[in-house]
Design a protein. Structure first.
Length: 178
């Protein structure tokens, strides 16, 4: 199973559109894939004492089991927020770190896709997140995929740019082969 994470909880996120497209590409390539939209996270999942394993919200534990512990690979779609990646993604990673830390990312392959309205495709944010994933024992695919000026790649909320569609398919094939 491959979990594709839409790395923001922003309403109406373009990141979610790209992540959902990637899930469909993985399925078309014969892979079991599921989409995890960080908009599913609620504020109450992260209490003040969230780093105490005994305080982990049961709903967060359920999400960890479904989308993290039972999977072999990840694709994380990372929008650019303030020159890095969204705090909600960091908060999720921190929140699940108190439970079965080694099983979260260790020895699992991870593909990164940067999403940005600007021209760099969130290269810096992918580097920041990649360093954290490496620290946790995850195996990053060597080719990160930066998607720039993403609003120009969509028409009526659908990905229509053929070069981007092909680049995402190639990224999916690399993740499958890893």
């Amino acid at each position: 199973m491959i979990t594709v994470i839409s790395g923001t909880n922003r309403s109406g996120s373009r990141t979610l559109l790209f992540a959902a497209h990637f899930v469909e590409q993985l399925k078309a390539l014969g892979q079991d894939a599921q989409l995890f939209d960080l908009a599913e996270l609620r504020h109450e999942f992260f209490p003040r004492n969230m780093y105490d394993a005994g305080e982990m919200a049961p709903e967060l534990l359920d999400l960890q089991h479904k989308f993290v512990l039972g999977v072999e690979k990840f694709a994380i779609f990372v929008p650019e927020y303030n020159g890095s990646y969204p705090g909600v993604l960091k908060m999720f990673i921190d929140g699940i770190s108190v439970n079965e830390y080694p099983r979260n990312f260790k020895n699992k392959h991870v593909a990164l896709v940067g999403i940005a309205s600007g021209r760099a495709g969130n290269l810096r944010g992918m580097d920041h997140l990649g360093a954290s994933i490496n620290h946790m024992g995850g195996w990053l695919l060597p080719n990160k995929l930066p998607l720039s000026n993403v609003e120009d790649l969509l028409e009526d909320g659908k990905l229509t740019d053929s070069e981007t569609i092909n680049a995402l398919k190639s990224h999916a094939e690399q993740l499958i082969a890893a």
